[in-house]
Design a binder for this molecule. Structure first.
Ligand SMILES: Cc1cc2nc3c(=O)[nH]c(=O)nc-3n(C[C@H](O)[C@H](O)[C@H](O)COP(=O)(O)O)c2cc1C
Ligand code: SF4
Length: 490
């Protein structure tokens, strides 16, 4: 995990919890419309990948238990994890790229309806991502992956001032490079090859030499639209298009996208595919269905989008007709830490990753409500353009007082709690019932995020070793952790 120089360790904020009467009067617990539906409260659990699907992306009983458990807390809305829109293997993450995924997803919808007593609206986040390979062993990279070209020979000849390199055969050059010092590799390999060696090969939306990348603008609208239709037929209340973090659509929006085909360069061009995907989705699901978007208030990388870009996109998304705008921050590959050999680069290990899931080891601002100013700016821009599309804030929201103040000040319309809901999915119910003192408070130290990084079933350190001998609990695959928080008697 990336760290500030001289971080300050913040305490989680002390708070006074409301009585049930105060909660009943609070803006946080008033209904709000998002597009054609109404949420019973302005509370939200944003998407969180729990690593519980089958290797084929199908819903498992553990998925049902996980989402059912969040639903018991009765947040206004619950967003199902980033779910792949393509019909390609992607490990134990949910998928929605074929009709065979619908029955499992339908069961998930029914589970949430039942567990929340119909109080929680259920959305599903849909995502496309490009190929990311694991960091290779050096030997393997030079034996198999490097495409040897004459420029490599020229670079060697220049580095050693010896033209005989131009005549040397491939096997000899590969054998030499395997043991060559870093300074030589830096002179011989180009930037992308060095990155593939040190971090693992990663596709970009700007790889115009690859046909499938060139064709993304032709294929993605149809793929997203088909996925959204499946979400609707499975019974979800809406879809959330994942335009945030390190994935395909965020990469189109990024200021680093310089595609020369009209889908890169200016803000307008960068928004073009995201808007075309939205239009295709809307056309297929109709106007009476929620279509929301999650995107970044700031990419937090050199040369990336800043708040001015995000404000522009917010206005254009609102103008297009998105039913809500959910704002995240950072979470990019560009500043990620080098992975170990055999592991894939993880987009939450650099400063941008910190900003996505900030911890208590922070700068003077601390992790709590850190992204709210971005949301407020986008909300002002959207409002200024004459739109009333609701905005959802996330990032270190943990107390009632804090969430209520953000809504009261008009900085955001809905408060999203991710890790706090993972620490205690009953937060919403406890606070509403005037029993906030019983909330299990998230410590914002990111044990859960480390599990995500290792692709292990996500749990919370506050409850995953508690009462392991309770009958009928399910355990993680290593048998050491319970997969769900203990039941709360209300
Ligand atoms: C384990 C874990 C998995 C996450 N998975 C997703 C995801 O699938 N999609 C997404 O948009 N954000 C994802 N996030 C980010 C959260 O939705 C949220 O934006 C972030 O944790 C900051 O909010 P918080 O401070 O309330 O935790 C994930 C976060 C965690 C901790
Ligand atoms: S593991 Fe830590 S950061 Fe994650 S939800 Fe639990 S207390 Fe919060």
């Amino acid at each position: 995990m990336w760290r500030f120089d001289n971080p300050i360790r913040h305490e989680i904020p002390e708070t006074r919890w409301p009585t049930a009467e105060e909660a009943a009067r609070a803006l946080l617990f008033q209904p709000i419309k998002i597009g054609p539906i109404e949420l019973e409260s302005r509370t939200w659990v944003p998407a969180m990948v729990p690593w519980r699907a089958t290797e084929d992306g199908l819903v498992t009983p553990d998925n049902l238990d996980w989402y059912g458990r969040f639903a018991q807390g009765q947040p206004g809305a619950l967003v199902v994890e980033a779910t792949g829109v393509r019909d390609i293997p992607s490990g134990p993450l949910l998928r929605i790229g074929h009709d065979r995924f619908i029955p499992g997803l339908r069961k998930l919808v029914e589970t949430v309806r039942q567990a929340s007593g119909g109080h929680t609206r259920l959305l599903i986040q849909i995502i496309d991502f490009l190929s990311v390979k694991r960091r290779p062993e050096k030997v393997k990279f030079f034996d198999r992956f490097l495409k040897l070209e004459s420029r490599h020979k020229y670079a060697l000849a220049e580095a050693f001032e010896d033209e005989s390199w131009l005549e040397k055969d491939e096997a000899l050059i590969r054998a030499f490079l395997k043991d060559a010092p870093e300074e030589i590799l830096e002179r011989v390999l180009d930037e992308r090859e060095l990155e593939s060696l040190r971090f693992g090969y990663r596709e970009r939306v700007t790889d115009m030499d690859l046909q499938h990348i060139r064709e993304l603008p032709e294929v993605l609208p149809g793929i997203f639209a088909a996925a959204a239709v499946r979400a609707r037929s499975a019974g979800f209340d809406g879809v959330e298009l994942h335009y945030a973090h390190a994935y395909t659509m965020a990469s189109f929006l990024s200021a680093r996208n310089n595609r020369p085909d009209g889908y890169g360069g200016s803000r307008q061009n960068r928004a073009r595919l995201p808007l075309e995907v939205y239009a295709a989705v809307r056309e297929r699901v109709g106007n009476d269905y929620v279509v929301g978007v999650r995107f970044l208030g700031d990419e937090v990388i050199a040369g990336g989008n800043r708040i001015e870009d995000a404000a522009y996109f917010g206005v254009e998304f609102a103008r297009a007709g998105f039913d809500y705008l959910s704002i995240s921050k950072g979470g990019k590959f560009e500043d990620a830490a080098q992975p170990k050999v055999g592991h894939a680069v993880y987009p939450y290990t650099g400063q941008s990753g910190y900003e996505c899931m900030p911890t208590v080891r922070s700068d003077a601002r601390g992790p709590f409500g850190r992204s709210v100013p971005l949301v407020a700016s986008i909300k002002r821009a959207v409002g200024g353009a004459g739109f009333r599309t609701p905005l959802i804030a996330a990032g270190g929201l943990t107390t009632f007082e804090q969430a209520e103040a953000i809504l009261q000040s008009g900085d955001a319309d809905i408060a999203a709690l991710a890790r706090q809901a993972l620490a205690d999915p009953d937060w919403f119910l406890k606070v509403r019932l005037g029993r906030g003192g019983e909330v299990r408070r998230c410590t914002y130290t990111n044990y859960c995020e480390a599990l995500d990084q290792m692709h292990k079933q996500v749990t919370c350190k506050l409850w995953d070793r508690v009462n392991l001998d309770e009958p009928e609990i399910t355990l993680s695959s290593d048998g050491k952790r319970r997969l769900l928080p203990p039941h709360w008697e209300d």
